[in-house]
Write a protein that binds this ligand. Sequence first.
Ligand SMILES: Nc1ncnc2c1ncn2[C@@H]1O[C@H](COP(=O)(O)OP(=O)(O)OP(=O)(O)O)[C@@H](O)[C@H]1O
Ligand SMILES: [Mg+2]
Length: 242
Amino acid sequence: MNSNGLDMIDNTTARRDEPKVLLRTENLTKSFMTDSGQLTVLKDVNLAIAARERIAVVGESGSGKTTLMHILGTLDRPTSGHCYFESTDLFSLKTDQLDHFRNQQLGFVFQFHQLLPEFTALENVMMPALIAGHNRRQAAEMAQTLLSQTGLQQRLTHKPGQLSGGEQQRVAIARALVLKPRILIADEPTGNLDSNTSDGIYSLLDRVYLEYDLTMIMVTHNDELAARMDRTLRICDGCVTG
Ligand SMILES: Nc1ncnc2c1ncn2[C@@H]1O[C@H](COP(=O)(O)OP(=O)(O)OP(=O)(O)O)[C@@H](O)[C@H]1O
Ligand SMILES: [Mg+2]
């Protein structure tokens, strides 16, 4: 077991002996307490996502897509139920173990990029690498490689406010991939982009899916895109089908 107590999610070990199901939920329920009482957004959700599967997540606005992505991405906790990565019960991990898991295994692309406005594109992409303990030089090299792969080698020193919407989202994708995660979760990554720019982002995601050997879970309103994925999960009345 390594110093974090997390040998089961060590990249090398896990990739060698890949199980069919990578991510699994068991009776996942999420409720919010609101002024008008308890609002249950997800009810007893049971999902099994295989390694390298590409999943589209669809549903009406307010149906719980972001809520589910945040829980699968360990950014939020369920009210009850479990979420397993291979055999690890994620929400039973200690906070530092869960932080380590998220940093090493997951890339998250938010609907509205969530880049840090005061940092350059390069620094934003370096951030997960610095958190993982790489020194500045290594982190800068890793970030530069990713930004080149996403076509932004000429924009390294631009701050988010000096980038177009599509460029900001490409920086966010580069940031999500800089540590070569096994799972990429994207919550409507083209939410506020025009259709041409969106197509460019989708092509980029197609490319990185293959290049980085990813398991990809993506919220989308785009039926054409959903049809190109391996499977579509539909959220309705708190239930997930598909
Ligand atoms: N922190 C919270 N407190 C109370 N209610 C919440 C909270 N977060 C989300 N909700 C409610 O949960 C429901 C699901 O929200 P969620 O953001 O998951 O929807 P969504 O499917 O992602 O919608 P959209 O397509 O508009 O992004 C909504 O009705 C929302 O109002
Ligand atoms: Mg949402």
